[in-house]
Design a protein around this ligand. Sequence first.
Ligand code: TRH
Length: 382
Amino acid sequence: MESPYPQLNWDIFCQVIDNFGDVGVCWRLACNLAQRGQTVRLWLDDATALTWMAPLGAPGVTVTHWSTPLNLSDITPGNVLVEAFGCEINPEFVAAYAYQIKARGLKDGSNQKCTWVNLEYLSAEPFVERCHGLPSPVMTGPGRGLSKHFFYPGFTTHTGGLLREADLLQRQTQFDRRAWLAQQGLHWQGERLLSLFCYEPAGLANLLERLASDDTATCLLVTHGRASAAVQAIVSSKNSLEPLWNKRNKLSFLYLPALSQDDFDHLLWACDVNFVRGEDSLVRALWAGKPLVWHIYPQDDGAHATKLNALLDWLQAPPTLRQFHLHWNGLACTSDAVASFPAGCPGFYPEDWQTCVRQARAKLLAQPTLADQLIGFCTKSH
Ligand code: TRH
């Protein structure tokens, strides 16, 4: 079948600063574009995380080492240049890109199209709608005279939207929870399942205590890295200071290896409640449609509190979910929040948390995806 999309060649530049989000978002963007018939070259200064995140690679996506200075022999810049999260592309590449635009213009008489995009961080704050799509003229350097455009992912129709694969819903429908859990070594007996992907959340110790003293058995599926280290530190301190804290073994742990992005989705689909962090995993938890708790990346200037509240506002989070988030993120000192989880739920989780995420997901599914919007943006003249 012929692709409904114009075919473009993309250069996405990504610098790995911290954690897995930079590479995670850019890899997912590259795959989303390639699924829509695009050819993508992903420039990464450190591709180590892709060995576990995407061990099989993806058709249509080439990963290229981003070195400084760049080796440009045999490289022709594509039609679209994406700089992710404010990274700075080497002037020699910009020069080659600008030269190409001019050469193309001379050949077919076309005007310069704005295909230089600055991909920004995800936020639900109101400024996103105001700034999405704005041009930023390049005043100096080899790109002088060109324009970049800000592209903001977001949660409303006036933003760039969210990454979502065309076959996501179909994959979700076909997912076999029990079989996937067995592959991870968990022979599930019906206990409550919680996934944990976080930094070192303020509310973690309280949550573990609460789950250990609950009548419903819980298995916590802990992701590798910081989440694992945070849980192990609390558990070993509790074991030595209060050896009976989990005496009925109501709380058990499954420490996971680093999963591929596909398996990370499976984890979220398999669990009853998902604790996620950062940017990409938040979006994946929304698509999973289960109750979720977000550990936002903490910033020194406290900007994360505003960002967290903006998301909770957009979600129309019920009071207990809001309170729990504040506690989890160290933005409220009350432990009532933890007491509210999972109290009052004879089953697995507070019902209004589930309703809230389900409604949010339905709203998002009705909006165009980020990849579709980006292709549309880059094919119209500005
Ligand atoms: O790793 P993060 O905390 O990244 C964050 C965010 O990007 C944030 O915007 C940035 O400011 C901050 O770092 C510095 O969380 P995030 O964004 O959810 O990215 C994690 C990626 O790792 C996501 O693509 C899912 C993937 N992942 C796996 O593929 N397998 C795994 O086992 C795990 C735990 C994660």
